[in-house]
Design a protein around this ligand. Sequence first.
Ligand code: M6R
Length: 629
Amino acid sequence: MCGIVGYTGKDVAKDILVTGLKRLEYRGYDSAGVALERAAADGSVTIDVIRRVGKVAGLESELAHIDANATCGIGHTRWATHGRPSVANAHPHTSCDGKIAIVHNGIIENFAELREALTARGHVFTSDTDTEVFAHLIEEAYEGRPADPATGAPATPGTHDLMAAVREACTQVVGAYGLAAVCADEPGVIAVARKDSPIVIGRGENGSYVASDVIALIDATRDVVVLEDGQFAKLTPEGIFYTDAEGKAIEPAVTHIDWDIDMAEKGGYPDFMLKEICEQPRVVRDTLVGRMTGGELDIDELGLTMEELNLIDRVYVIACGTSYHAGLIAKNLIEAWARIPCEVEAASEFRYRNPIITPSTLVVAVSQSGETADTLAAIRDARIKGAKVFGITNVVGSPVARESDGVIYTKANKEIAVASTKSFIGQVVSLTLLALLLAQVKGKLTTGQVRMLFRELGDTAGQIQWILDTQTDAIHEAALACKDAHSALFVGRGMGAAIAHEGALKLKEISYLHAEAYAAGEMKHGPIALIDPGFPVIAVATRSPVYDKTVSNLKECEARGAKIIVVATEGDEEIKQIADHVIYIPEVRDAFSPITATVPLQLLAREVALMRGCDVDQPRNLAKSVTVE
Ligand code: M6R
């Protein structure tokens, strides 16, 4: 998704902007640009806008040839929504007179009508974006608006104050925005606004910084202000001034960031995806820290009393993509242990249905980024309908966390690779805790059983480590068997089916090899028609109550010449009779098998992607955080 950086101070802005934009690359983007102030000998200032399609490195080389010693500027990485990736559509966008430049994250829902009205008043648009209306609205507020004979609206005087003009423009915009603006008539000032799109601001030794993600300003400061909706900030070289929508001064809270920049770097691994896969034992341990106190399960940030929990008679898990797959696992656990009916729904569907919701319904919203637009909309809808909403997210203070009644943070730390791996494991562990709690409150599991399961849950950290330490050769061989395929099927039953869905998503999103997942019992109802000699079938067939059934389904594939790769339980020699390749995981209770059996599938996807020459950290067309519908 799009990223914003801005700097005003004593240092050369272009270098700071490029460094910040590079830090934001992991979010996914298709073009990048900066706006820099240029001072003439007579003291007048103009704004230079430099934009490029493609990587920030391209913009950097262009800037290297430009003599720009500006100490104030804004930059942006764009992920196309309105209008294709092009120089004209890249940010920053400018006012007609070129004096105002802006960068924007989010969507302006009423942009079509605003654009029509602005055009009628003589504004000339140079892009297809929704964002550009902001530049013209700020221009009108700054310079003043002529009378409009068509509507009878009288002329309005200009504010000649960038902050006031930005506040005025925001009153006309419906939608989401994180916005930074500069104006040639107010050198050194960056005006910032926020609604439903993240903005963080910080003060470094040599100036003031703004970004859409803390990672872009962590080199300069660790004490940041996370701007709230409806708050505004004026950045100058000397300091930062915060106001509400009326322009009244406010003092927002400062958050100290205690994670190190190294945690966001590759840490010696060839790519972020591998680094993040290898961090999963730590994620399991960290997510469980403090969850069993005095022999009792402790999720005190739930926001619900034990009485309220006891009344819950229906659970919906709403999420997208990988987080949705974590929900499939939660359904199995919540129904098996707590005996509460649980449905899992793609948030994009849930928000447009009329699901049955009562005050005793619990909606669990799962989102790594905590800012997925569909999941947020579903949360809002569920709350309006009276449900209690519980969030599971990886991002502290994210919209999902803020808009839920309670939240569990997944302790995965920053996930950079676009494909979710460690955050998935954090989600599954957190959902498992929730299922245990519901079961305990409902009296379906005794305290003793909960303690035993909690201990076993913790053991999965070591089991993941065993897979990482011992199975890489087997995974490499299996990847060689898949890399030239046109398509692959992932199958499993019970928990294995849920894991298969995540395995297929991982493979297709980073290797561009078409992959589908099926409950193995469904094969003969259609998908088996796909199988011809050499077709890869990747199965999760760990020891479980449905092991024999899964093996029978695999025999049907074997009979048709499929190349069979199996994730099996250590010590299962029998499986070698039908499997071409076996990847082992340690013996584990079926309920916890997703935490371990998913890991070889993540590694398999990565190996296949690398063999096919793909960028595993930044797959094409995908963004790390999907803040548009
Ligand atoms: O941030 P979220 O968990 O809400 O994101 C949901 C999906 O966009 C995300 O899981 C996506 O499917 C990833 N590319 C999966 O690797």
